[in-house]
Design a protein around this ligand. Structure first.
Ligand code: TRP
Length: 325
């Protein structure tokens, strides 16, 4: 008999307009795990409520994310894709965990400390964000949680909370581990800084070709004249090109730029072609899926049912252990 695969769980908040940084840094590596893990992916709509007040946008961004996972090739028959709020027992588990978690632990959370340092108003949802996240992880008997460095602390907190509940009631919950995605690369944005919505320097993942070209043409380059030799290495054009071109293509462009007589505009055109070639098929699938609401709803219903089957076992176990019926 083949050994049972370990379970990995990935949660992403629904946000509009995913960009190339989200794709290369989060979506693609998470999808890659489906080759070796039993994977659960979910759309963290409950988490979004700590910030958003736009109900319509939230509902539509959930569908955007479903279409995105399908477009990049997630097999929802082999793995689970679901919407967090479709399994409401996650909020019930949040309560059980809250009752064994010290206030002091949450005060140490980076997100809370940052918000406080900036003088932002912190609602209870934001303060308790790590408990809801722990419930996400623990409800599905998760072995590993792929995260960037910024989310590592949250997974460790989930582990602490599972440990507290287990210490009080016996072995109930699986202790999860963060799977740090070391090679998650730094994706430069149009101004050379890390690609991020907050810097307004992002290249959208699924915009139409015309917009994609225009975006890339606006990429900041130095002002060396057309005739002068240019170095692709260390330039933002080069750093982005590297992510989408083969080594041979990169070396070739690099050599032509170094000879002189080639402007950055031409190099950016080649960058556009490389990126467009890479995303074209996914974009077509995305557009087709996003239009097909019936398909998206079917996928959500299928995911909810599969996720519910796992969650109901865990929540039953916990309810009984704590003395509820
Ligand atoms: N906090 C994560 C983020 O900001 C989203 C998330 C919610 C999550 N619950 C999770 C990630 C559980 C991994 C596991 O992107």
């Amino acid at each position: 008999m083949s050994q049972k695969k370990k379970r990995s769980l990935t949660g992403l908040k629904p946000t509009g307009n995913l960009h190339l940084g989200n794709y290369l840094g989060a979506l693609r590596p998470a999808l890659e795990l489906s080759k070796s893990y039993d994977c659960i992916y979910f759309i963290a709509d409950l988490h979004s409520l700590t910030q958003t007040r736009d109900a319509q946008a939230l509902a539509s961004q959930v569908l955007d994310q479903v279409a995105t996972w399908l477009a990049i090739g997630l097999d929802t028959d082999k793995h689970i894709l679901f919407r967090q709020s479709d399994v409401p027992s996650v909020t019930e588990l949040t309560w059980y965990l809250s009752c064994v978690t010290g206030h002091g632990l949450l005060e140490k959370a980076h997100a809370f400390k940052d918000a406080q340092a900036k003088g932002q108003e912190v609602n209870m949802g934001t303060f308790c964000y790590p408990i809801l996240m722990a419930a996400d992880i623990l409800l599905y008997d998760t072995d590993v949680v792929p995260v960037g460095k910024d989310q590592k602390q949250h997974v460790e907190m989930a582990r602490d909370m599972a440990g507290s509940l287990n210490a009080a009631y016996g072995e109930l919950l699986v202790l999860p581990e963060p799977l740090i995605q070391e090679e998650v690369m730094l994706i430069p944005g149009l101004d050379g800084r890390k690609m991020s919505k907050s810097y307004n320097n992002e290249v959208p993942l699924f915009c139409d070709e015309k917009t994609l070209r225009k975006k890339l043409m606006s990429l900041k380059t130095d002002s060396t004249g057309m005739e002068e030799p240019k170095a692709l290495d260390g330039s933002t054009v080069g750093d982005l090109f590297k992510l989408f071109a083969t080594k041979a293509q990169y070396d070739d462009l690099s050599a032509r730029l170094a000879k002189g007589g080639m402007g950055w505009g031409h190099a950016k055109e080649e960058l556009f072609v490389a990126i467009n070639d890479h995303v074209k098929e996914m974009r077509e699938r995305y557009v087709a899926c996003r239009k097909d609401e019936a398909l998206l709803q079917r996928e959500l219903a299928k995911g909810a049912e599969k996720a519910q089957a796992v969650a109901s076992q865990t929540i039953k176990r916990v309810r009984q252990a704590v003395g509820l019926r």
